[in-house]
Design a protein around this ligand. Structure first.
Ligand code: 5CA
Ligand code: ZN
Length: 409
């Protein structure tokens, strides 16, 4: 699949700081010092509806990771998937009488437009589940042949006992895992499984559903976790720097993905760190396609909201916090954008050298975007009250806000 166009990232004087980030698997902050090419995999959308503010907030967090790494003069190898075949997509297509693949194509196209408008840097590889089926099938065969997977009425399940490190990503107890598995696409009630939480690797073809050639597995379609594992292993290999997504993916998705990969390769870890963004809610509940309590990026754009203001609204919350989308959040961002734009529109202003370092420092400390915004607010306030004589300052602020925060002033 093709991704979306990259907006330009202005170069800044000096060099950024290395990222210290919260790792779900250890529960603490980790000093990540990637090699010259930092490697990150971020779980992409299931394209059965438009991008909502929760998705945008999660992709914003990982966009900041990219920007911090680029500022340290590293290259970034970023991979993202599109779950273009899965139960929720098929259910929505049936409900609305649409062709599932046309639905996926349409919503993926809209997602690309939203990401472009929000100045999210694109992944180097943007890969669909369907196009990765030829990579997935041999992985499932290998797991089965190694005794890490078993068959149940034609379906193939992963055995969580196959990975000695299973449980180390989420660190949840068995009961919590069972509950979350039931809530998030698993089938712990199905009789005959070795462990109720064992996830599907390959689902045998069902009447009326799309199917693909599974070689020795028989016709069917892939499970969810193995999709991301196949794509990550194909393009990044083991031990990449960050596996990212929203906190709703900690279990089972990222736990199972890590175990699939570790059982397949005998190596550990799948990812050096597991980074999770908080959940954005609306009216007291997690914003989700299944609940339907959604604010869409595309709808705000259609209403004439500047994408830079949407981006500032996302940045005004720490990525790990759970927070609520409200009209006030957006209004505050619109006001902030206007203040910043008028501050940089003057030919000169207070020196901005210290500001650039403050923004770098804030982002390097577990992506503290609210602290970065507060630093820019202080410079803008000084510009409005006292002004300054540094002719390069407004331009430098614009470039720093663009390069590090993805906001075009
Ligand atoms: N296709 C899978 C990942 S392989 C998936 O979870 N798709 S999704 O469309 O449901 O979500 C896309 C991304 O947005 C995931 O990283 C998910 O964790 C994140 N996300 C979903 N809802 C929210 C929300 N309310 N707040 C923050 N992030 C969210
Ligand atoms: Zn995923």
């Amino acid at each position: 699949m093709h991704a979306w166009p990259a907006s330009e990232v202005p170069a800044l004087p000096g060099k950024g700081r290395d990222l210290r980030i919260h790792d779900t698997a250890t529960g603490g902050l980790v000093d990540l010092a990637p090699g010259p090419v930092a490697r990150i995999y971020v779980c992409g959308i299931t394209p059965y509806d438009a991008t909502h503010m929760g998705h945008a907030a999660t992709y914003n967090a990982f966009d900041l990771v990219q920007r911090v790494w680029l500022d340290t003069k590293r290259q970034v190898h970023y991979v993202q998937n599109v779950t273009d075949i899965d139960d929720p997509l098929l259910e929505r297509a049936v409900r609305d009488g649409h062709d599932w693949s046309a639905l996926a194509e349409r919503e993926t196209a809209l997602f690309r437009e939203d990401m472009t408008a929000l100045r999210m840097l694109p992944p180097r590889e943007y890969i669909g589940a369907v196009e990765s089926i030829p990579s997935i099938v041999p992985l499932v065969e290998r797991l089965r042949d190694a005794g890490a997977a078993y068959e149940l009425d034609g379906d193939v399940y992963f055995s969580v006992e196959a990975d000695p490190h299973f449980g180390e990503v989420s660190r949840l107890d068995a009961e919590a895992m069972r509950l979350l598995s039931a809530e998030r696409g698993g089938d712990p009630e199905r009789p005959g499984k070795k462990n109720p939480i064992d996830p599907l690797l390959w689902q045998a073809a069902r009447d009326g559903e799309p199917r693909w050639d599974g070689a020795s597995l028989g016709p069917g379609r892939p499970g969810w976790h193995i999709e991301c594992v196949a794509i990550a292993l194909d393009h990044l290999g083991m031990g990449f720097d960050i596996q990212g997504g929203g906190s709703d993916l900690v279990f089972p998705h990222h736990e199972m993905g890590a175990s699939h990969a570790q059982a397949l390769t005998g190596e550990h870890p799948f990812a050096r760190t597991y980074v999770h963004a908080g959940m954005v809610g609306l009216h007291g509940e997690k914003m989700s396609k299944s609940r339907g309590n959604l604010v869409f990026v595309s709808a705000l754009r259609r209403d004439g909201v500047d994408p830079a203001a949407i981006r500032l609204a996302l940045l005004s919350h720490h990525y790990r916090a759970d927070w609520e989308w409200t009209d006030q959040v957006l209004q505050d961002a619109v006001d902030r954008l206007a203040r910043w734009r008028s501050a940089v529109s003057r030919p000169d202003g207070p020196s901005a050298d210290a500001l650039v370092e403050e923004v770098r420092e804030a982002l390097a400390q577990d992506l503290d975007a609210p602290a970065a915004l507060a630093a820019v607010d202080r410079w803008a306030a000084l510009q409005h009250t006292e002004g300054g004589t540094d002719e390069g300052a407004p331009g430098l602020v614009s470039r720093a806000v663009d390069a590090l925060l993805g906001v075009a002033l």
